[in-house]
Design a protein around this ligand. Structure first.
Ligand SMILES: [Zn+2]
Length: 379
């Protein structure tokens, strides 16, 4: 297996050479992106990869100039932490600025099949189709470059994840334990995981990975990627993609039902957009929520969402919010969290409703399609 990673060697060497130069700030690629964008928009900003007064002043001026853009208005002050969001939102103003985003360079794709294998092809084509979907449907393109790996065992997936990290000269640590929690060796099911700059897919081990396998599992792998890609969006919108944060921090992006429900809704919409999947009726969407023993409030107290029934309950809650307030309002919830607001304040800012009133209403709505339909219609 190891010989397959030869192409990573030059990258690893350059990463080792880096400490000989003056250390770059960890968010330098995003700061460089912002400086390039500001300069392209006419500001006199040198491109250094370091935050300085000229860059901060130019950013403030640009925020005023584009005050009519809701997303620009929701940006917190430019800092190391918010630089990725600045890089993304400035690029969304003009398509020609997208080339400055770290995501403009091609991600690395790896699989346990090695380069040129059917498995690597599935990983690549699924991810690219999910990227196109998010761009077309939500008008969202990540600023961060997400590398992708897939394997049929936790042990293999861990190796690939570490190889991808080496390719960037970083090490998250603790990968074996973390990956192993959701991917057995050998794997007997499908699952996905999102880390700071990685999306990992675990699939069931098969005797043969051929074109028939590719056709059969392609939609399933794509659906899992759509779910995990939404986590990357949440990660970036909340300004959590910073150097210390290699693992998804639900306590920051939360509540957990919003995070998982948001990802479930995106996955559902992706399946419909891809074709071959029927739009569900309101009663069908509601059914798992009506049977759930847990309310949103108890999921919140447990700080996690566990099991299919809870995931689909969370999906129903976010589905109702999406239908009433629109997809952009749900995405703006995370932008508000990214400004440093608490969950409650962000919820109120995005939806104009308190989170506790939504909890109470949801307890009725999850068992009543009529009440749900009238809520969705704004009643
Ligand atoms: Zn998830």
């Amino acid at each position: 297996m190891r010989s397959r990673f030869h192409f990573l060697l030059p990258l690893v060497l350059s990463a080792l050479a880096a400490p000989l130069l003056a250390a770059e700030p960890p968010q330098a690629p995003y700061i460089r992106c912002v400086q390039n964008e500001l300069a392209a928009l006419g500001a006199a900003v040198p491109v250094t990869g370091r935050l300085n007064r000229a860059t901060k002043t130019a950013a403030q001026t640009m925020q005023k100039r584009f005050a009519s853009s809701a997303h620009m208005a929701l940006l917190p002050k430019l800092s190391e932490i918010s630089a990725a969001s600045w890089c993304r939102e400035l690029a969304s103003l003009k398509p020609e600025l997208r080339k400055f985003m770290p995501s403009a360079s091609a991600p690395l794709f790896m699989s346990s099949g090695g380069p040129g294998s059917v498995q690597t092809a599935v990983v690549r084509e699924s991810f690219q189709s999910v990227e196109r979907f998010f761009q077309a449907r939500y008008n969202l393109q990540l600023a961060s470059r997400v590398d992708v790996a897939g394997a049929d065992s936790g042990a293999e997936l861990t190796k690939l994840a570490i190889a991808l990290q080496r390719g960037r000269g970083v090490s998250y640590g603790g990968m074996s334990r973390s990956v192993g929690r959701n991917c057995r060796t050998p794997s007997i099911y499908f699952s996905g995981q999102a880390y700071r700059d990685q999306l990992l897919i675990c699939w069931k081990r098969e005797a043969k990975f051929d074109q028939a396998w590719r056709r059969k599992v392609g939609p399933k792998i794509g659906a899992i990627m759509a779910h995990e890609y939404m986590h990357h969006i949440q990660y970036e919108l909340t300004n959590s993609k910073v150097w210390r944060n290699n693992y998804r921090s639900q306590s920051r992006m939360g509540p957990a039902w919003m995070v998982e429900g948001g990802a479930e809704v995106a996955e559902y919409e992706w399946k419909i957009a891809r074709g071959g999947y029927r739009r569900l009726s309101l009663a069908e969407l509601m059914k798992p929520a009506s049977k759930s023993a847990k309310s949103l409030r108890t999921m919140l107290e447990n700080r996690s969402v566990k099991g299919l029934e809870q995931y689909l309950t969370a999906r129903y809650a976010v589905y109702l919010l999406t239908k009433r307030y629109g997809e952009q309002a749900v995405l703006n919830y995370w932008r508000h969290v990214g400004q440093g607001k608490s969950w409650e304040a962000a919820f109120r800012a995005a939806f104009g409703q308190s989170i506790s009133s939504f909890y109470s209403e949801f307890e009725v709505m999850r068992r009543d399609t009529q009440r749900s339909a009238s809520y969705m219609a704004g009643g």
